[in-house]
Design a protein around this ligand. Structure first.
Ligand code: WTA
Length: 650
């Protein structure tokens, strides 16, 4: 609510494109929108020319809603497009510039990255991994993560990257769903100066899977670990004995490039399937036009490779553009709160892409911190992952961008693969808090539940009404879920994003956050149902309801209402135990901010828990009409408990 008011207050502010920036921008032709609208296929076909193909496609688009095929019949390889094709022109240019948390720096030129990728690809083949085998990558922010992804792409083995911060259980769940028999992990990595035992966590996860054949281990932190003979192999030993040259597999445009698990509205995350041709065209051109990538840019996206942002805008988008990509291993406040700005200054970063939560944290730490550093190398800044409130936008624009850099607020999702709503920095008038306009060729709309366009700036559901190249092709082995989740609200031709939005009089979109049971905690995507199933798996818990509670810094925080089993007794210890239980089962990003014990949860007469009311109670907003509840008295009890909880926090 506070956000909406803030938005309308600041809505008047507008920032026209900087003339000088516009003049040199990769995309500065205002007719591009119309061109794309008039001939969608022709538009994407022309852009597909920026990708190298072994064989040209037979048709640009086959759209049999909700199934799309892009560049059908075309043959290409994603790793070729990210590596080989750059060698002649920029073989000695830095491709990856990695900085560890302890300050160590490692770089890979394009030639070195190709060499490492080729060797690792050969090593994977040597282990018997072939086209179509799903390889799990469970690595932190180290160059080997990108190399592993590219090597998989090279041999046509789809990767499934699992965020390193996820728990052993989460790893097992994803490996089991994908029937993945291979996992690439590391010994440990550094977080706020502490070495985390990542191999131990991997072993625990692997023990809960069926028949994992090989565990490949990167030696990174040099911590003591146990290698299981026959199953575990060191990365460096594999690489040392492998040939560097590996012919890229000729992949069909619609062959799977990767699988990425993401949270939805059930307890089990779904495997979002992305294919090769359309995804490469989509990420290549969006990276080029939105970030305005130029030969001399030093581009830094602070996302983790374990999320879609890391896939599309650390690896495939920027590398297919031949950019220099910065990767940072650690925390933004280690050893001090100025770590990010130190990195920008030291490596002369020109393009910086981060999440609103980070910006709000920097705001809280104070503008003096970035002010101590020379950020004059920056020429464009971006935001992704959650709605950015106008005051955070303005702070970012002024204090990081020096009121000199275009700020691109990019809206997209794991499922969309590529950015869909965004300013084009050489063309678009910016409005703090709005992701502005659909990318050329993207048909976005705000629809009510019956599918009518919502007018007059009112809120509704954000829908996409035409296919786009980077779109989700399937939920892995679950066609029903694919259709039910995305293509059934208004019919099979219209994509339901799960987000609420409104469109202002200039046609700019204001994304309001999720309308389903997905929450965004510090930009991390989580399903309330996943957290509920985790709570209910604890013997003391009979029933649980989880909601996203408004949080000034994280956007949303996890708040849980828990009904205990008959014999269990409420206590502070139990509360802590449950918080720890969830963090253990899912990962510390899912650690609840609060748990309130409730004998009774507000339910409809048919017994459905009213999460809308629980969210209002948590946020302290109006609960609305509760007379139709089976147990309206439960609401007052919970409100009192919330007051107690909040006074405890204060
Ligand atoms: C949210 C992240 C507002 C949104 C790339 C979406 C945003 C979900 C923005 C997808 C933005 C992402 N403004 N909200 N610029 N970008 N979101 O799959 O709720 O991790 O549905 O992909 O993040 O999260 P995901």
């Amino acid at each position: 609510m506070a956000e909406t008011i803030e938005a309308s207050l600041k809505e008047q502010r507008r920032f026209e494109p900087f003339e000088e920036f516009a003049r040199q921008a990769n995309m500065n032709d205002p007719n591009v929108y119309k061109r794309a609208e008039d001939d969608l296929e022709g538009f994407w076909e022309e852009l597909a020319g920026n990708i190298d193909w072994y064989k040209k496609w037979d048709s640009v688009l086959n759209w049999e809603p909700p199934h799309a095929e892009w560049f059908t019949g075309g043959k290409l390889n994603a790793s070729y497009n990210c590596l080989d094709r750059h060698i002649e022109k920029r073989g000695d240019k830095t491709a990856i510039l990695w900085e560890g948390e302890m300050g160590e720096v490692r770089t890979y030129t394009y030639r070195e990255l190709l060499d490492a990728t080729g060797r690792f690809a050969n090593a994977l083949k040597g282990l018997g991994i072939k086209k179509g085998d799903i390889v799990t990558i469970y690595l932190p922010m180290i160059p080997e993560a990108a190399i592993a992804m590219l090597a998989c792409a090279r041999i046509g083995a789809p990767h499934s990257v699992v965020f390193a911060g996820f728990s052993a259980d989460a790893l097992a769940q994803r490996m089991n769903d994908a029937q993945s028999k291979f996992v690439i992990t590391c010994d440990g990595y550094s977080r706020r100066g502490k070495v985390l035992d990542h191999k131990g966590k991997t072993d625990e996860g692997v023990a809960k899977t069926g028949d994992v054949e090989k565990v490949i281990v990167v030696k990174h932190a040099d911590n003591d670990i146990v290698m299981q003979p026959g199953r575990d192999i060191w990365w460096h030993e594999l690489l040392g004995s492998a040939e560097p040259s590996c012919e890229p597999e000729l992949m069909d445009s619609e062959d799977m490039l990767f699988l990425m698990y993401t949270s939805g509205t059930t307890g089990m995350p779904k495997g979002v399937v992305h294919t090769t041709g359309g995804y490469m065209v989509g990420t290549h051109v969006t990276a080029n036009w939105i970030f305005d990538l130029k030969e001399n840019d030093v581009y830094w996206c602070t996302a983790d490779v374990g999320w879609i942002t890391g896939h599309s805008y650390i690896v495939y988008g920027p590398l297919s553009n031949g950019s220099t990509v910065v990767m940072y291993e650690g925390a933004p406040d280690y050893p001090d709160k100025d770590r990010f700005w130190k990195i920008v200054e030291k490596h002369r970063v020109t393009i910086f892409y981060t999440a609103p939560t980070a910006i709000r944290v920097f705001m809280k730490w104070g503008q003096e911190i970035p002010a101590q550093h020379d950020l004059s190398s920056l020429r464009l800044i971006g935001s992704v992952g959650e709605p950015i409130n106008p005051s955070a936008w303005l702070w970012y624009y002024e204090n990081i961008g020096g009121s000199r850099c275009p700020l691109v607020d990019t809206w997209w999702q794991t499922e969309t693969g590529m950015v869909l709503i965004t300013p084009l920095p050489g063309l678009t008038t910016l409005k703090p808090g709005s992701a502005t306009k659909p990318f050329p060729g993207i048909k976005a709309a705000v629809l009510d539940d019956s599918g009518n366009q919502v007018a007059g700036g009112q809120g509704g559901n954000l829908a996409i009404q035409a296919p786009w190249p980077g779109m989700i092709r399937a939920v892995y082995q679950d066609e029903k879920r694919f259709i039910d989740t995305y293509w059934s609200k208004w019919g099979v031709g219209t994509y339901f994003s799960g987000d609420g939005a409104r469109q202002d009089e200039d046609g700019c979109f204001w994304v309001l956050g999720r309308v389903d049971d997905v929450i965004k905690v510090a930009g991390h995507r989580l399903g309330t149902m996943e957290i509920e199933s985790s709570l209910v798996s604890h013997p003391a818990v009979a029933e649980a309801a989880v909601v996203g509670m408004y949080d000034e810094l994280k956007g949303e925080a996890i708040f849980c209402y828990v009904t205990l089993e008959g014999t269990a007794i409420e206590s502070e210890e139990l509360r802590k135990e449950l918080v720890g239980h969830v963090a253990n089962e899912i990962g510390s990003i899912a650690r609840p901010k609060g748990i309130v014990f409730a004998d009774d949860l507000p339910k409809t007469r048919s017994g459905k828990i009213m999460r809308r009311i629980l969210k209002a109670i948590a946020d302290g907003t109006d609960v609305g009409n509760i007379t139709t509840l089976q147990n309206p008295e439960a609401v007052e009890v919970l409100k009192r408990k919330l007051e107690e909880f909040n006074s405890g926090l204060g």
